[in-house]
Design a protein around this ligand. Sequence first.
Ligand code: COA
Length: 325
Amino acid sequence: MVKAKITSLGHYVPEKILTNFDLEKMVETSDEWIVKRTGIKERHIAEKNEYASTMGVKAAKLAIERAGISPLDIDIIICATITGDYVTPSTACIIQSEIGAEKAFSFDISVACSGFLYAISIAEKFILEDPSKKILVVAVEKLSSITNWQDRSTCVLFGDGAGAAILESDENSGICKTFLKSDGRLYDYLMVALGGSHEPLDINNINSPLRYLTMQGNAVFKHAVNKMLESIEKVMELSFWKKEDLKMVFTHQANIRIIESIRKSLDLEEEKVFINLEKYGNTSAATLPIALDEAVQKGLLKRGDKIILSSFGGGFTWGAISIVW
Ligand code: COA
């Protein structure tokens, strides 16, 4: 049976690193608090002239090169981002132009931190419809552009970066089962309230903190634990996999305590749960492809391994996908 397989990956993070010690000089916080409460030590921050598309193009070019294909082979580009270059056109269209993928059609999706999961799930549907399709998924965030650098409860959490994946059909391995979910009733727990059509930015609200990302941290924390856990268990059940079958689980990288709580509930060994948040913080949609690419580059994954990806983010949106790598 045909499956949609991630045949290659690439990622890019900006050169500039902002450490917890740098943040100590910006807001009333400490390296000790941030490490203890979140696990994050540093994050990468884009330069002013480095946009979502700039980072996305770098990750995409790497994934294309590693797949051994030409940009002209790409049929579809899906970009998952909430911090695109412009309101319109889509960042996917900018990336298409920059990499010269003239044959493709391109579009963005807005699913916050769950963007990569949703994007590869959409890619899967196109591949099952026509197995000849080659699809580029880019997940990229310049969260520094919507971060309130005066709010210690959020600014210590986020970072910038991009991940990209090429998806193609395969007879043996690839995406097995998908579980995606949202609960829009909780939309205002994690949001940027100003700058959309609900309340456009103007001279009266331009300095309001509501133009930045605001979050009800404790509630987000609890939902993130429960919903990712539920999703992982669901796709394990749908895939008929036991925990012994799993090579590795990749969760959203927002807080070490969220990841540890999920790991303990699943009764998984430490080495079966990938963690890299100490270096990047929460890079929203880019988190999962950055983590996956790092795991592959470190030789932690080999073809045929059973893995699960899970994420949780604004909306709320969440889910999990089981993959035979
Ligand atoms: N440095 C020092 N103190 C801080 C701080 C910081 N950066 N941020 C908050 N605090 C303080 C608070 O003001 C509070 O002080 P008070 O008790 O005097 O009022 C205290 O630390 C505890 O705050 P609380 O919000 O209860 O901390 P917490 O342990 O819940 O951690 C988060 C806060 C944000 C780290 C945590 O809630 C979290 O990770 N939430 C989920 C984040 C997430 O996953 N987001 C994205 C999902 S996609």
